[in-house]
Design a protein around this ligand. Structure first.
Ligand SMILES: CC(=O)N[C@H]1[C@@H](OP(=O)(O)OP(=O)(O)OC[C@H]2O[C@@H](n3ccc(=O)[nH]c3=O)[C@H](O)[C@@H]2O)O[C@H](CO)[C@@H](O)[C@@H]1O
Ligand SMILES: C=C(OP(=O)(O)O)C(=O)O
Length: 424
C-alpha cells in the first residue's frame, strides 16, 4: 500500500497541465455501451477509478484498448450482468445501469455499499428508471432490472432531500436516449460533467436539449452510432492545485494549463474573497494563482452547480486552517463529509465540526504528523495541509487519492514540492 511523504515548507512555482475530468470520464465510458460501433474517448485520466470502469466494460464483453489518455471501446456483444467483485470497488459503477437497460432491456448490478462521505442512497436512480418502464427486483444485494415492454419516455422529477443527483441524472439520460418517445428530467443536475455526457451522447446521435439546466429533454432515437470525444478538464483537480497555489506558491504563483474558467467560477470567487490572486488568460484555459498578502477567512456553503462544489470543501478547510480569522464551511450535500478535520487536528489545526458544519480558527502553522487518508478529497486536503506544515507528514492509504488525481506526486514535484511516494 503506497504512502506519500510530504516534506513541508517548499515554495511552489512553475506550471502543470490539468487532466481530463474523472467524474466526466466515468459515465462517458459507461455510455460507450450504448452502441455496437467504435467509440474513441480522449483525455481519460489515468486514475484507478477509470481503470475500474474499463475493467467493468471488459467484463461485460466490450473490447477496450487504452493508450495513454485515449480509450477505444468496441461494445459489439455485451452481457447485462456487472460482476459484484468489480462493482463493489467503485460507487460510480452504478452508471452502467442506464446504458445496459437501454441497449439490452435488462441489467443486473450490485447495490453500491456504504461510503465514508455519508449516506449515498440510490432511490432517485431507481425512481427515474422505474418511471420510464423498468421493473426492479432486489435479490442478494443485486438490483435485477428489466424493461419487458421497452423503455417509454415520460416526465420525471428527480429532486432529492439534498438537491439534484448527478449520477442519477446521468443514468436516466443514458437510459432515455434509446427509449420510445420523450423523457423530461425535472430538477436535473446541471454539473459540467452532466453537460459533457450529454455532448458525448449527442455526438452518438442522441437528441437531448437543456443539459446544464434543471430541465433536460430527451427525444428517444432508434440507434446510436460511434463517436470521438475529448473529456472536459477536471475542475476539482484544477481547484485543488489552485488552493495549493494560494497556500504554498511564491509571489510569482503557479500556473495551471488546460482548465475551464467558467467551470471554476465558485472556486475562483472564494479564493479572491480570501484575498488571493487568481488570473486567467484571455480564453480562460490557463490560470495563475498566487498567495495574497493579507489572506482572510470566509464562509462557504456547498451547493449543486453553479454553487460551491462539495468536492472542494475539504481542500478549502486546509487553506482556512492556515488563514488568520474564523472560517465556516457548511456541506449541505454530504453533511457528514468532514473526516479530514480529525486528521488535520492531529497536525494542530483548530477545527470544530458540528451538524454538517466546520468552524475553523486559522492562522498557526501546522506541524507534521502521520495521518490517514479516509476518502478522495480528504486525502487531497491532507496533502495540501502537509505542503505548508513544519516537518515531514506521512499520508497513509494513498489509494484514496489515486482514485481521482492523475500522478499527483509527479505534478507536485514539477511544481517544486518535496514529496516521495513510498511503498510499504
Ligand atoms: C462519480 C461522480 O460524479 N461523483 C460525484 C457525484 O456523485 P453522485 O452522483 O453519487 O452524488 P449525487 O449527486 O447523486 O448526490 C447528491 C445528494 O443526493 C443524495 N442522493 C443521491 C442519489 C439518490 O438516489 N438519492 C439521494 O438522496 C446523496 O446522498 C447526496 O446527498 O456528485 C457528487 C455531488 O456533487 C460529487 O460529490 C461526486 O464526486
Ligand atoms: C466523491 C467523489 O467521487 P465518488 O462519487 O466516485 O465517490 C469525488 O470525486 O470527490
Amino acid at each position: 500500500m503506497d504512502k506519500l511523504i510530504v516534506h513541508g515548507g517548499s515554495t511552489l512555482n512553475g506550471s502543470i497541465n490539468i487532466s481530463g475530468a474523472k467524474n466526466a470520464s466515468l459515465p462517458i465510458l459507461a455510455a460507450s455501451l450504448l452502441t455496437d460501433e467504435d467509440v474513441i474517448i480522449r483525455r481519460v485520466p489515468d486514475v484507478s477509478d477509470t481503470n475500474y470502469m474499463i475493467q467493468i466494460l471488459s467484463a461485460l464483453g466490450a473490447e477496450v484498448e487504452r493508450s495513454s489518455g485515449t480509450v477505444r471501446i468496441s461494445a459489439k456483444n455485451i452481457s447485462h450482468d456487472a460482476p459484484y467483485e468489480l462493482v463493489r470497488k467503485m460507487r460510480a459503477s452504478i452508471c452502467v445501469m442506464g446504458p445496459l437497460l437501454a441497449r439490452l432491456g435488462k441489467a443486473r448490478v450490485s447495490l453500491p455499499g456504504g461510503c465514508v462521505i455519508g449516506d449515498r442512497p440510490v432511490d432517485l436512480h431507481i425512481k427515474g428508471l422505474k418511471a420510464i418502464g423498468t421493473q426492479i427486483d432486489m435479490e442478494g444485494g443485486n438490483m435485477d432490472m428489466r424493461a419487458p415492454e421497452g423503455l417509454i419516455g415520460t416526465t420525471v422529477d428527480l429532486s432529492g432531500k439534498h438537491g439534484p443527483t448527478v449520477l442519477g441524472t446521468d443514468n436516466l439520460m443514458m437510459a432515455a436516449v434509446l427509449a420510445k418517445g420523450t423523457t423530461v428530467i425535472e430538477s436535473a443536475a446541471a454539473e459540467p460533467e452532466v453537460v459533457d455526457l450529454a455532448n458525448f451522447l449527442i455526438g452518438m446521435g442522441a437528441k437531448i436539449e437543456g443539459a446544464g439546466t434543471r430541465r433536460i429533454t430527451i427525444h428517444g432515437v432508434e440507434k446510436l452510432h460511434g463517436v470521438e470525444h475529448t473529456i472536459i478538464p477536471d475542475r476539482i483537480e484544477a481547484g485543488t492545485f489552485m488552493v495549493a497555489g494560494a497556500m504554498a506558491a511564491g509571489p510569482e504563483g503557479i500556473t495551471l494549463h488546460r482548465v475551464c474558467e467558467a467551470d471554476l467560477k465558485p472556486v475562483t470567487e472564494k479564493l479572491l474573497e480570501a484575498g488571493h490572486t487568481v488570473e486567467f488568460n484571455k480564453n480562460g484555459t490557463s490560470v495563475r494563482v498566487a498567495p495574497g498578502e493579507n489572506p482572510k477567512g470566509c464562509k462557504i456553503t456547498t451547493a449543486p452547480h453553479p454553487g460551491f462544489p462539495t468536492d472542494m470543501q475539504a481542500q478549502f478547510t486546509s487553506l482556512f486552517a492556515v488563514t488568520p480569522g474564523i472560517s465556516v464551511i457548511e456541506d449541505t450535500i454530504f453533511p457528514q463529509r468532514f473526516m479530514h478535520c480529525a486528521e488535520m487536528s492531529r497536525m494542530g489545526a483548530n477545527i470544530k465540526v458540528d451538524n454538517g458544519r466546520a468552524v475553523i480558527e486559522g492562522g498557526e502553522q501546522l506541524s507534521a504528523a502521520p495521518v490517514m487518508a479516509s476518502d478522495l478529497r480528504a486525502s487531497a486536503a491532507l496533502v495540501l495541509s502537509a505542503l505548508t506544515a513544519k516537518g515531514s507528514t506521512e499520508i497513509n492509504r494513498l489509494y484514496h487519492i489515486d482514485r481521482g488525481y492523475e500522478h499527483i506526486d509527479e505534478k507536485l514535484l514539477m511544481l517544486g514540492a518535496n514529496v516521495e511516494r513510498v511503498q510499504s
